[in-house]
Design a protein. Structure first.
Length: 92
């Protein structure tokens, strides 16, 4: 499963030298988890929570695998209006 292009752009901006590794891990983890939600919402939540920090990103991936709902809550994308918040994040 491929990450959305706008998410990949944000990952490249936030993680620079580690961007491709982050993208690869997002894609691998998204394939392993069946959450019934928008893939961009879930993978975006991991990137939002990480805020460019690799250690935080690995924690976010663990949340994605264990309980994606906790990931959404932790990233602020659990409630209505998540699309607007994610859009604003991509624009920053």
């Amino acid at each position: 499963m491929r990450v959305a292009e706008r998410l990949a752009r944000k990952v490249r901006a936030d993680f620079r030298d580690e961007a491709q590794q982050v993208i690869d891990l997002l894609e691998e983890t998204a394939v392993k988890t069946d959450h019934g939600q928008s893939n961009e919402r879930i993978t975006g939540a991991a990137v939002v929570l990480a805020r460019g920090d690799t250690d935080r990103f690995l924690i976010a991936l663990q949340l994605m695998e264990e309980d994606w709902r906790d990931l959404l809550v932790s990233s602020g994308l659990a409630d209505e209006g998540w699309e607007d918040r994610l859009e604003a994040y991509f624009a920053s």
